[in-house]
Design a protein around this ligand. Structure first.
Ligand SMILES: NC(=O)c1ccc[n+]([C@@H]2O[C@H](COP(=O)([O-])OP(=O)(O)OC[C@H]3O[C@@H](n4cnc5c(N)ncnc54)[C@H](OP(=O)(O)O)[C@@H]3O)[C@@H](O)[C@H]2O)c1
Length: 253
């Protein structure tokens, strides 16, 4: 199946490592021009160099998406360098953690506000595209109780309702909005490798909840994102695609 991604311009936040990196690798392999960011300047430079080798245009920036002005300036620069934007994937998260009020604010600013600010800032470009597509990265932590009442889980839940309502609001502009909700994803340097070394019990219990006995991979999430981002998914908007190896137990109606 041709996804129709060739020549599309995709901006993905938090894309030097993990799931975000797998998304930009796959989108570039499918022929998309890429805008990527992270906080580490060196890692951005490495990612830009690696992706350019695929023969697509790549624009990278070292920016903390929590800094509203710097983030918006980076989005503007990226749009200028790519000549527009067809696909936006807000992927950065402040991550889980136990929960001071300070952490709630951080999770709100990073997970929720960077997504909302990005969608608003890129709206004119996505409308111009004629095939605009936003894919928000959620988490199964928003769908079922997980571990503890964390800001992370609540912010991911907020993104789900934002995604659905935005999809209704901007459907007339030919912009689709969907969420991909990954279950636990294991990769070198990722959160689950860290949890394995610091909380073996939690790691093992999580693994046990996966019917096929393994964690998901960033590449598997990237394939779900690439499909939803692509014109091949033209009928799908307002959806939440749970990509979790069967980790969650609820029935999805
Ligand atoms: N891993 C999982 O099991 C899992 C499960 C469900 C959902 N998710 C979701 O999937 C998404 C990606 O998760 P991941 O595990 O791949 O993350 P990760 O390994 O922590 O990678 C995060 C990426 O974002 C960048 N980043 C982090 N904070 C940033 C900030 N404030 N501003 C700009 N860039 C920033 C990082 O680079 P720098 O550090 O250089 O900034 C890196 O490139 C998140 O939304 C997460 O909630 C993950």
């Amino acid at each position: 199946m041709d996804l129709g991604l060739r020549g599309k311009r995709a901006i993905v936040t938090g894309s030097t490592k993990g799931i975000g990196r797998a998304i930009v690798e796959l989108l570039a392999a499918e022929g998309c021009d890429i805008g990527l960011c992270a906080r580490s300047e060196d890692e951005v430079a490495d990612a830009v160099r690696d992706l350019k080798a695929r023969g697509v245009t790549v624009s990278g920036g070292a920016v903390n998406v929590r800094d509203a002005e710097a983030y918006k300036a980076w989005l503007d620069r990226t749009v200028e360098e790519l000549g527009g934007c067809d696909i936006f994937v807000p992927n950065v998260s402040a991550g889980g953690g136990m929960d001071s009020e300070k952490n709630w604010w951080k999770c709100f600013e990073v997970d929720v506000l960077h997504t909302v600010r990005g969608c608003e800032q890129l709206m004119p470009q996505l409308e111009k595209s004629g095939h605009g597509s936003i894919v928000i990265i959620g988490s199964t932590n928003a769908l079922e109780t997980f571990y503890a009442p964390m800001a992370y889980n609540a912010m991911k839940a907020a993104l789900l309702t934002y995604s659905k309502q935005l999809s209704q609001f901007i459907g007339r502009k030919n912009i689709r909005v969907n969420t991909v909700s990954p279950g636990p994803i294991y990769f070198e340097g990722g959160a689950w490798e860290m949890i394995k070394s610091t909380n073996q019990k939690m790691h093992d219990a999580t693994l046990k909840a996966m019917p096929n006995g393994r964690f998901g991979t960033p590449e598997e999430i990237a394939r779900a994102v690439a499909f939803l981002a692509s014109p091949a998914a033209s009928i799908i908007t307002g959806a939440n695609l749970v990509a979790d190896n069967g980790f969650t137990k609820r029935v999805q109606y």
